[in-house]
Design a protein around this ligand. Structure first.
Ligand SMILES: *Cc1c(COP(=O)(O)O)cnc(C)c1O
Length: 400
């Protein structure tokens, strides 16, 4: 098979793929460090990391070697057998999250599905009823499969796919009274992102999260934290909730867990995890040795490369630079975030700014309707931030 040029690839994609994305007219070919290269050799500084996935940056040799070595041994086993990488990955992720047990999935949305089922099963074992409710947040994002979609507080995503799974009620993020107003004796769980990502980078206020935790404790309701985007070091701690002094009952992880190889997980404390027994849940690929070997190496490299320290230091630096942009540009109205998940809210759509930045070799994603999102690889340096801010300012000057 011959290789395809940029035009052939783009035309081929538009002819053969179901049209669920409007893509940039760029064909990415390889990456190195925090930079990506397209098929025509153009270089991009990457502040998107494949949507908060590539925490270690591109072409990390130790990571690639670990994946390659495992691929040469065994990629898949089915869950009727044990495999060593899955056990090592389970030990690493439960330790990092301070949870007791884990179930591995292939994606974020599947992790949310599993968490949703676990919460329902736990409540069912307690009172035998099957009409439990779950409280989720407006402007949340939990994934595209039917369960996760039902929990996603965005009518636009749900509209055509009704009816949604019943029993989901939506409260306002960071508004404790709106949560309290929805609680009933049917409530089995409250689910939220510790830092809302897709919704526009909104950080849970400490009082809000702590109060939810204490309501859950008082009423025997499970707290599910979706850390698929903000977890795995992005907030400056391994999981964002660790900076709040609370623990969820169930936590979902994905995106950076495999740093590129698809893997997700839901974790729970022992008593909750015990609600699931053989037959309740399963997956063909989940927990396969290839994806788990990648996750094991990710945890090793996080320690070796002092990723958390880097996130805290460079995150603070990025934060200062974005504050300065808010001070300098009328159309930059607010800045939010933690560690290396940050957002710059504009008074206009960020679409043109992002397109202009892309033309100048900087990859940025949006979030919500009017937020530029910064979710770079967690190994970026202050110099990369300087370059990003320089390019961003140029784009703001050109577009606004
Ligand atoms: C991306 C994301 C998901 C969905 O993950 P997929 O791997 O795309 O299924 C769920 N929750 C949050 C918070 C996310 O950011």
């Amino acid at each position: 098979m011959g290789t395809m040029n940029t035009k052939e690839i783009i035309e081929g994609a538009e002819a053969a793929l179901i049209h669920t994305y409007n893509r940039y007219q760029i064909v990415l070919e390889k990456g190195d460090g925090v930079r990506l290269y397209d098929k025509d050799g153009r270089e991009y500084l990457d502040f998107g990391a494949g949507i908060a996935v590539y925490a270690l940056g591109y072409n990390n040799k130790e990571y690639t070697d670990a994946v390659t070595e495992q691929a040469g041994k065994l990629i898949h086993t089915s869950n009727y057998f044990y495999n060593e990488p899955a056990v090592k990955a389970a030990q690493a992720v439960t330790k990092a999250a301070a949870m007791d047990r884990v179930f591995f999935t292939n994606s974020g949305t599947e992790a949310v599905e599993g968490a949703f089922k676990l919460a329902k099963k736990y409540a069912y074992l307690k009172d035998g009823s099957t009409d439990h409710e779950i409280i989720a947040m407006e402007h949340s994002f939990h994934g595209r499969s039917m369960g996760a979609l039902a929990l996603t507080g965005n009518r636009h995503y749900q509209e055509a796919f009704g009816p949604m799974i019943p029993g989901v009620r939506f409260a306002k993020f960071n508004d404790i009274e709106s949560v309290k107003a929805l609680i009933s004796d049917k409530t089995c769980a409250i689910i939220l992102e510790t830092i809302q990502g897709e919704g526009g980078v909104y950080v849970a206020r400490p009082e809000f999260l702590k109060e939810i935790r204490s309501i859950c404790d008082d009423l025997g309701i499970l707290l599910i934290l979706d850390e698929i985007q903000c977890g795995m070091g992005r907030s400056g701690s391994m999981f964002a909730y660790q900076q709040y002094g609370i623990k969820p009952d169930i936590v979902t992880v994905a995106k950076a867990l495999g740093c590129g190889i698809p893997i997700g997980a839901f974790l729970a404390r022992e008593e909750v995890a015990a609600a699931m027994v053989p037959g309740d849940h399963g997956t063909t690929y989940g927990g396969n040795p290839l994806a788990c070997a990648a996750a094991v190496k990710v945890f090793e490299l996080f320690e070796k490369l002092h990723v958390l320290e880097n996130v805290r230091r460079v995150g603070a630096y990025l934060s200062d630079r974005l504050e300065q942009i808010v001070a300098d540009y009328d159309a930059a109205v607010a800045h939010r975030g933690m560690g290396l998940i940050q957002g710059l809210e504009l008074s206009v759509s960020p679409k043109d700014v992002i397109a202009h930045a892309l033309e100048n070799g900087l990859i940025l994603f949006s979030a919500g309707t009017n937020v530029i999102r910064f979710v770079p690889p967690l190994v970026i340096t202050e110099r990369d931030v300087d370059e990003c801010i320089g390019k961003l300012r140029k784009s703001l000057d050109a577009v606004l």
